[in-house]
Design a protein around this ligand. Structure first.
Ligand SMILES: [Zn+2]
Length: 406
């Protein structure tokens, strides 16, 4: 779990409303007089900040600083062991520091291949030298939670939780929670860490350490755990060490609502007669991605007057799922698809009164009600692994449980 950086300082903080507006700095900015960066005080230099343009090379940039061809060639050779000039890439930022006196001599070239790393090439001495540095990363721990005051996405938005974390949460809980069904007043809690470069520049979410959601009156926990240190694979488990993954995703669409359930007798909204409805309808705006609820092979795609554009996926010898009324089909017959993969877009082709996906579930060749199936569940932790997990999980669970008391 622990990533090794040059310096890792874990700061503990309990925050309910955090603003992290800083983005990874790659902008050209007018240097302020007191600014210190890369270990240089900008006040001591004439500073040029720019990004690598199309057609730029280290040579062309340096040449434009009034250094002759021969000199560029020498510099490239002198620094080649510590800085490969061919490694510079389009759009990456660089900084040039020139002496402030009348000579305005080129003294340093600083290149940043990513937000963390930078190279300094020193031209001050007769032989150029260079070195690479990695900025220290600080991890800041955040605990947020409480009661949902609006929808989950709005609540997370208000807490400045970035989309990447929201996506991770949706993925971790996708087997156990239909996020659309979370209501105002349901409780939730999240513990995660964020990376900051040099202690101040926000660099994204590092990991989700623990989470819970109250769903239909029940608390569902999620804790990451590495069962097998060889594979290094992290899976999420509940507070009893049961995997949060089931064989099928709950729904083929994120944030959707059920408009019609599986029934042997319903009044058809378009045909206006009583007939069986052997599927579950999820309404969603036209163009919403439809995901296959389990991995498998596309066994059928096509169009019929009733089904409209549809895709059928075979998961194993027992189960297949089918998705109807698509505005667009995004897979081909015979294609292998993985759970959660986008296979089409919501539409209202065929017999449909509005945009929705009709989700049909086949078991041993018979259409069955997906909502009533006792679907197979994944593996749970046992033995040693479970013991290790429980020990690691308990303090985190206590922290989550105390969120309501904040
Ligand atoms: Zn339907």
């Amino acid at each position: 779990m622990k990533k090794v950086f040059v310096i890792i300082i874990v700061l503990f903080s309990i925050v309910s409303c955090n603003k992290t507006d800083q983005k990874v700095a790659a902008k050209i900015s007018q240097p302020k007089s007191k600014k210190i960066e890369f270990g240089f005080n900008y006040a001591d230099f004439n500073v040029v900040q720019d990004t690598i343009k199309k057609g730029d090379s280290f040579g062309t940039i340096i040449q434009s600083q009034n250094i002759g061809d021969k000199k560029v060639y020498d510099i490239v050779a002198q620094v080649k062991d510590t800085f490969d000039v061919r490694s510079i890439r389009y759009n990456k930022p660089y900084t040039i520091l020139r002496s402030k006196n009348k000579t305005n001599k080129l003294e340093y070239f600083i290149y940043q291949p990513d937000a963390l790393t930078y190279y300094v090439i020193n031209f001050k001495d007769s032989i150029a030298t260079s070195f690479k540095k990695i900025k220290p990363v600080t991890l800041k721990r955040k605990i947020i939670g409480g009661v949902l005051k609006s929808s989950l996405s709005e609540t997370l938005g208000n807490e400045s939780v970035e989309a990447a974390l929201a996506n991770r949460i949706t993925k971790v809980f996708s087997w156990s929670i239909d996020f659309f069904k979370l209501k105002k007043g349901d409780r939730y809690g999240l513990i995660f860490t964020e990376r900051f470069i040099n202690g101040k520049t926000y660099d994204g979410v590092e990991d989700l350490q623990a989470a819970f959601f109250e769903y239909k009156g029940k608390i569902i926990y999620a804790f990451p755990f590495e069962k097998d240190s060889l594979s290094g694979k992290i899976e999420y488990y509940d507070d009893e060490g049961k995997t949060l993954k089931n064989f099928f995703l709950k729904t083929p669409i994120k944030f959707s609502r059920i408009t019609s359930r599986f029934t042997m007798n319903r009044f058809h909204p378009v045909q206006h007669r009583w007939k069986a409805h052997k599927g579950t309808d999820y309404a969603a705006p036209r163009g919403t991605p439809i995901s296959t609820t389990a991995s498998g092979v596309v066994e059928q795609t096509g169009y019929t007057a009733g089904n409209g554009n549809f895709v059928k996926v075979k998961h194993n010898g027992t189960y297949s799922t089918q998705y109807l009324h698509m505005s667009r089909i995004l897979v081909r017959r015979g294609q292998r698809v993985t759970q959660g993969q986008k296979i089409g877009l919501v539409g209202s082709t065929g017999l449909a009164s509005g945009p929705h996906v009709c989700y049909r579930f086949w078991k041993n060749g018979m259409q069955v009600d997906a909502l009533r199936l006792n679907l197979p569940t994944g593996e749970s932790l046992t033995g040693n692994a479970k013991e290790r997990f429980l020990k690691q999980m308990e303090p985190l669970k206590r922290e989550l449980d105390s969120i309501g008391n904040l």
